[in-house]
Design a protein around this ligand. Structure first.
Ligand code: NCD
Length: 309
């Protein structure tokens, strides 16, 4: 891979995606060793710059960097000078002056990683920007799907929930439609982004939208549930949680409408009882913890490929 930054899935091609997934496969084994470390990125400095809350993404980037022997520094907005009013640009220049090799950024504004990529010498990795993209999540989702289904093409993937606020949904649409998988976005009309039918993606005819969970789930190979992002809502998007769960929540009864070998995914964190029932989240079809495990291997692969190992 000759790329310096990972800003989104939209501009990756299939070969690059497969290279990331194949490399991740070879890194999986490192996490099973008694000493979980390889010297690949010794002497490289990675800064995790998180302006929004995160458990999985931040921790797995830190673990991935450390398993590759890089020095990893965590900066969170609430304890940095951002809370004193410093701009993103000044923060970026400061980190650059310390000769960081890579900055992993999560920000509530779409495009923040692109701005950073223009201003710093470091490689920039987008760890989620607003409702725009979350490329490493889509890559770990693809890794999990490929591991379970043996392929990324010719599947039916239902992505259900708060699509409007979801960067995970967008990155997954870009990735899966590139491989010729049918993606069904399903939500209440209020949580479906305006103009989604015209969303720019390769192979537009693989993208479908529906307000009917029956239609989305019927004969699905993969069901991916999305968290209702209450923190991004300044008004009410549905009458009550009870009603939301009734029409868009994943219960055991709904799972039965899918294929018998369906897998259930969720990027986390979950709102149990809102978008997903507890017995489904912890049940036999759930691969939610496999996604978390894949996150470490996929992020090791990305760090390795971008930083030139
Ligand atoms: C997602 C995110 O932050 O976009 N979570 C994650 O990275 N695992 C989805 C979410 O917050 O609901």
């Amino acid at each position: 891979m000759t790329r310096k930054h990972l800003l989104g899935i939209q501009d990756l091609d299939r070969e690059e995606i497969l290279e990331i997934l194949d490399t991740a496969e070879s890194f999986q084994e490192v996490s099973t060793r008694p000493i979980k470390k390889v010297p690949t990125l010794r002497g490289k400095t990675i800064i995790n710059l998180f302006f929004e809350a995160s458990t999985r993404t931040r921790t797995s980037f830190e673990i991935a960097g450390k398993r590759l022997s890089a020095d990893v520094v965590n900066v969170s907005a609430s304890t940095s000078s951002v809370s004193k009013g410093e701009t993103l640009i000044d923060t970026a220049k400061t980190l650059d002056a310390m000769a960081a090799d890579c900055v992993v950024i999560r920000h509530s504004s779409s495009g923040a990683p692109n701005t950073l990529a223009r201003l710093t010498k470091a490689s920039i990795i987008n760890a989620g920007d607003g409702a725009h993209e979350h490329p490493t999540q889509a890559l770990l989702d693809a890794f999990t799907i490929r591991m379970r289904k043996g392929r990324l093409d010719d599947l039916k993937v239902a992505i259900i929930g708060d699509v409007a606020h979801s960067r995970v949904a967008r990155s997954n649409v870009h990735l899966l439609t590139k491989f010729g998988t049918h993606v069904w976005l399903c939500s209440t009309p209020t949580l479906m982004p305006q103009g989604v039918q015209h969303m720019v993606c390769e192979n537009r005819h693989f993208l479908h939208t529906t307000n009917s969970m029956d239609e989305a789930v019927r004969a699905a190979d993969v069901i991916m549930m999305l968290r209702v992002q209450f923190e991004r809502m300044n008004e009410s998007f549905f009458p009550s949680i009870r009603e939301y769960f009734r029409y868009f929540g994943l219960s055991r009864r709904r799972v039965e409408q899918a294929k018998p070998d369906v897998i259930i995914m969720h990027p986390g964190p979950m709102n149990r009882g809102v978008e997903i029932a507890t017995d489904v989240a912890d049940g036999p079809y759930s691969v939610i913890l496999d996604q978390v495990a894949a996150g470490v291997a996929v992020r090791m692969s990305i760090l390795y490929l971008l930083l030139g190992g």
